[in-house]
Design a binder for this molecule. Structure first.
Ligand code: IMP
Length: 197
């Protein structure tokens, strides 16, 4: 059976990618499974550069099929911030809850119709023969005015998904995995992987 390494240390992402790729005739491995401990500095100018940096560093180290995602939250009232810097917004030391409060604070005078935002996810897949596949998924929504729900990870408690009328963190995992930016990108990644499998 073919093996696909998911190049992330983020448990939330790993859970979602594994759930969405379930059913593929392949074994999904984590960085822990391949004992990859090197730190990859995500200093690319955009999501694609970061995703490629992660997928190629891990592919070089293990020689297997590697899938990396780089993603972020883009808030229109903040000119697209935090964007590619979503993981480190407000400084590397803030946890997710503090980052969510920081966003709510920055938007405290912004009315609901101007709180539009989107999650974006870029996936980069590297094959052992050097072939590469990249794709993108976007999920549109709004920033809430308080934290809602305990599911998901990262900015999910402050991202309102109009499809369900709920914050992402209030959704069941399978509901989030139907509409999320990651699910949309992974749909394309899955088609590509099915072809090569
Ligand atoms: P990176 O892709 O590892 O650089 O991290 C992206 C950051 O964006 C994560 O640490 C989260 O803060 C945020 N993010 C990406 N995808 C999601 C999601 O599905 N829900 C909530 N936050 C997300």
């Amino acid at each position: 059976m073919l093996e696909i390494v998911v190049a992330t240390h983020n448990e939330g992402k790993l859970r979602e990618v594994s759930a969405i790729l379930k059913g593929l005739d392949a074994r999904v491995l984590s960085l822990k499974d391949i004992a990859f401990e090197e730190e990859i500095i995500e200093d690319g100018a955009d999501y694609l550069e970061n995703a490629q940096k992660k997928s190629s560093a891990v592919a070089r180290a293990c020689g297997k099929i590697v899938l990396a995602d780089d993603s972020g939250l883009e808030i229109d009232a903040l000119e697209g911030k935090p964007g590619v810097h979503s993981a480190r917004f407000g400084g590397g030391e803030l946890d997710s809850q503090a980052k969510n409060h920081l966003v709510l604070d920055l938007l405290k005078n912004v009315p609901s119709e101007k709180r539009t935002a989107r999650f974006r996810c870029i996936i980069s897949i590297q094959l052992p023969n050097g072939e590469e596949f990249n794709c993108e998924g976007v999920c549109e929504g709004f920033i809430t005015d308080c934290l809602r729900g305990v599911g998901g990870f990262g900015y999910d408690p402050i991202f309102f998904a109009p499809e369900y009328g709920k914050a992402m963190a209030e959704l069941k995992p399978e509901e989030k995995n139907r509409i999320s930016h990651r699910a949309k990108a992974l749909d394309q990644a899955r088609n590509f992987l099915e072809e090569i499998l």
